[in-house]
Design a protein. Structure first.
Length: 358
């Protein structure tokens, strides 16, 4: 969370963020630019979905003060060397219409960018796993995920429907088979973990894979789960110089190949139920975010450490003024949501406000 400040007439040009945000207008008024153009006043709130272009202009007489809030990972400008803001150069180019598979790949890049910034990885970079107790607890929780991952890979092969998918599925199974058992055998201090939330989000994967089409399986396994592993092992492997070292070293080398297997297969697809592929992609990434979030919670809270994924405020530090604007979503005025140019409140606004935007 950070304060936002623009003087009257001062402009923040359209830009995008890799994570969703919410803007609360505390004082003054402003006009949004980018996808939508609306006026916001004190008391208004605006949801900014991931990667939606938005900008902002302070209005007379005094511009505005507001709060920018992110609901996962860190603040947009917490790391000045890696700010989560990409400014758009001039008008956005519409370009040539992309094929469906290219759009699927592009969307996957956006999901991967967001996953790379997950709160768990911020904690790891800040030294969470330097504590031996935290490292053991992390590995205990990771074992739960590893076990369910194996069930997913096995269930994929068992529920195959089309022989054209057999080679890909079996090759992946052969290369992954038994890694969870190897991980467990490498540890003498393994403590079984049963957490209802962790169990629920991890078990979704082997359960879901059994009811998907073979093409949806490719998306979930290769574009989502294996792609997520690239970032997981990138952040975690350096902290595992002693514990389960072989497992982490092997996966860091193999997962990139597993991702490319799926991309190569999908490039050859000429027809598909594309909305279903985009939907399982969205669901898979959301569930992986939940898995990593629960692991972070369990490690932090059961080892008595502070969650240092967010900066701690200090009296002697300067206030960080963040320039963030709004986008084409719903604006809350006086507690009721309105759309641009609408006089009467939207009766179903509460339902739409509670729906996560992608």
């Amino acid at each position: 969370m950070a304060w936002v400040r623009l003087e009257a007439g001062e402009e923040l040009t359209p830009h995008v963020h890799p994570v969703p945000s919410m803007i609360l207008i505390v004082e003054g008024s402003a006009r949004t630019t980018g996808d939508k153009h609306v006026v916001m006043n004190a008391g208004d709130a605006l949801l900014v979905p991931q990667r939606r272009p938005h900008g902002f202009i302070g209005l007379p007489p005094n511009g505005f003060w507001g709060l920018s809030i992110q609901f996962d990972s860190r603040g947009l400008y917490e790391d000045i060397e890696d700010p989560w803001a990409t400014f758009l150069a001039g008008e956005q180019s519409t370009g040539i219409a992309e094929s469906q598979v290219e759009q699927l790949f592009k969307k996957n890049e956006e999901y991967m960018e967001r996953f790379d910034k997950h709160r768990l990885f911020v904690l790891v970079r800040n030294g969470l796993l330097k504590n031996p107790l935290a490292r053991r607890r992390f590995l205990d929780c990771f074992q739960v995920w590893s076990n369910h991952f194996q069930r997913m890979v096995l269930n994929r092969v068992v529920t195959l429907q089309n022989p054209q998918f057999e080679e890909l599925a079996w090759l992946h199974l052969v290369e992954e088979l038994g890694h969870n058992r190897d991980l467990a055998k490498s540890r003498s201090d393994l403590q079984p973990v049963f957490d209802p939330i962790l169990e629920g989000v991890c078990s979704w994967f082997p359960s879901k894979i059994g009811v998907l089409s073979d093409l949806e399986k490719v998306v979930l396994v290769h574009l989502v789960v294996e792609a997520s592993a690239l970032f997981f092992y990138k952040h975690v492997q350096p902290a595992m110089e002693t514990d389960a070292k072989n497992h982490f070293d092997n996966h860091k080398r193999a997962d990139e190949q597993h991702v490319e297997m799926g991309y190569d297969f999908l490039r050859k697809v000429t027809s598909a139920d594309w909305p279903r592929l985009f939907e399982i992609q969205r669901q898979g990434w959301a569930m992986l975010m939940a898995v990593m979030g629960r692991v972070a919670d369990l490690v932090v809270h059961t080892t008595g450490q502070l969650d240092n994924s967010e900066p701690q405020s200090r009296q002697d530090e300067p206030i960080v003024v963040e320039r963030v604007a709004a986008s084409g979503e719903l604006v809350a005025k006086g507690g009721v949501l309105h759309e641009e140019g609408e006089e009467e409140p939207i009766t179903y606004a509460a339902e739409r406000q509670g729906t996560a935007a992608e």
